[in-house]
Design a protein around this ligand. Structure first.
Ligand SMILES: *Cc1c(COP(=O)(O)O)cnc(C)c1O
Length: 427
């Protein structure tokens, strides 16, 4: 499989280059040159295969340049080694629990897989520097998956006051090869800083810089797998399937759409968003104008200018009408988030984190009898106890101590970020 740069579709890139240097000419994102299709017989056989076999089959066409099938299977065994259960919450509503990995959010899936891939690509343990912008969970997942891995240094940019205490604890108290930098700004500011670093080709080449945000296609691809694992676990496969995905940077939804194009029978996707509504407005008015980022209870989704929108548009050849046939966008505010957490806990004894609650609420308000609704439970409720306890006061949040990392302002120029990078490089 070859890859292309969305901004310059004639630029063919191999997978290794796609993984290491993120921004190719004109700063475009990378996509596979085509989406491999798996026929009906593959879908019918899902129940007879192990999760690892399914993951290997699905990923192989994307990576066949780089790795043989046996090695890929080993790599998957090392990285996708936690359970992803489909839990029935109501009659026709199910939670796909993606938070049983080491940092209790779905970002573990992509981060662990990417880390294994990069280690495979780097047998001589040359220094590779991984820079990430995080709204909370990416940072901890990436920190965890690269902690103490020889050859890797990680720099994490996170927004001041934009992550929960628990997340901050996970970000700042890890290994010595991981540095967290608190940015006096929003996630979008952090992401912009990262993009500016990636645009600086000389710097990237000199310091061997890559990223582990979903800008990196290597993080996005493994997320395709769990949509198939969800379908495998459905007992009644006759009903239409609707996936409700809580969206921030839209990587998760992009992976779901790729799963559908690969042959997974999905009736519809719901893009569930909080009050950051750029995508909602894009579908409604056909225009895209990211506003200021708004802080909400679902902080990992506080993204105003989601990177992966360009990938979505690319998948649909910029045809918004066709996009709307497959995706419906729903917006959920903080009150609705809290009331969903409370109602589902009371009625069904199921505890949701605020992000999963946004997805649940969007699904609940539109599901029909003839459908099976699956919402992606993207983080453990225990990771967001301070929000969850607003809905259910009897849950008392744990007190967490946290340490400080570096602190910089959001208007920090690439140069000062550069000096932190150099400092890391020299350490
Ligand atoms: C990152 C994150 C999201 C948003 O996922 P995207 O792929 O960025 O759209 C949703 N929920 C949680 C808990 C997250 O950490």
């Amino acid at each position: 499989m070859n890859y292309i740069n969305i901004n310059n579709k004639f630029q063919i890139i191999n997978f290794q280059d796609a993984l290491i240097c993120q921004n190719h000419d004109s700063g475009g994102l990378i996509m596979p040159q085509y989406i491999p299709e798996f026929g009906n017989s593959f879908i019918k056989k899902l129940n007879r295969k192990t999760n690892k076999e399914i993951a290997t089959d699905l990923m192989y066409p994307y990576l066949n340049d780089l790795i043989d099938k046996r090695k890929l299977k080993n790599l998957i065994s090392e990285s996708l080694n936690f359970k992803i259960p489909l839990v029935q919450v109501e009659d026709n509503i199910f939670a796909l629990e993606l938070f049983h990995g080491p940092t209790m959010a779905f970002k573990d899936v992509g981060a662990l897989f990417l880390s294994s891939l990069l280690q495979h690509l780097n047998p001589d343990m040359k220094k590779i520097r991984v820079v990430v912008a995080t709204s909370g969970d990416t940072g901890s997942a990436v920190a965890n998956s690269f902690a103490n891995v020889p050859g890797f240094e990680v720099l994490i940019l996170f927004p001041k006051g934009g992550v929960s205490l628990y997340q901050e604890q996970q970000l700042t108290n890890t290994a010595s090869n991981v540095k967290a930098v608190e940015v006096d700004g929003t996630f979008d500011d952090c992401q912009l800083m990262l993009k500016n670093v990636l645009k600086n080709k000389d710097l990237c080449t000199e310091l061997n810089i890559t990223t582990a945000n979903s800008i990196n296609i290597g993080r996005l691809l493994p997320q395709i797998v769990y949509y198939f694992l969800a379908y495998k676990q459905l007992v009644n496969k006759k009903k239409d399937v609707v996936f409700s995905v809580p969206c921030g940077n839209f990587g998760n939804l992009t992976a779901g759409l790729m799963a559908m194009k690969m042959g997974l029978p999905v009736g519809k996707f719901i893009a569930a968003v909080n009050r950051n509504q750029s995508f909602y407005k894009l579908l409604k008015y056909g225009t895209y104008h990211p506003n200021e980022t708004i802080k909400t209870f679902s902080n990992a989704m506080d993204v105003s200018n989601p990177s992966n929108i360009v990938r979505l548009l690319h998948l649909y050849e910029n045809d918004i009408l066709r996009l709307k046939e497959d995706i419906q966008c729903k917006t959920v505010n903080d009150d609705e988030t809290i009331s969903s957490i409370r109602a589902v806990y009371k009625k069904f004894d199921y505890l949701m984190d605020p992000h999963s609650a946004v997805a649940y609420h969007s699904l609940k308000s539109s599901i029909k009898k003839h459908q099976n609704g699956i919402f992606l439970a993207t983080a453990s409720p225990h990771k967001f106890e301070s929000i969850v306890s607003k809905a259910i006061p009897s849950l008392i949040p744990k007190k967490i101590e946290y340490s400080n990392g570096y602190k910089i302002k959001s208007d920090t120029h690439v140069e000062s970020l550069q000096s932190i990078l150099y400092e890391l490089a020299l350490a």
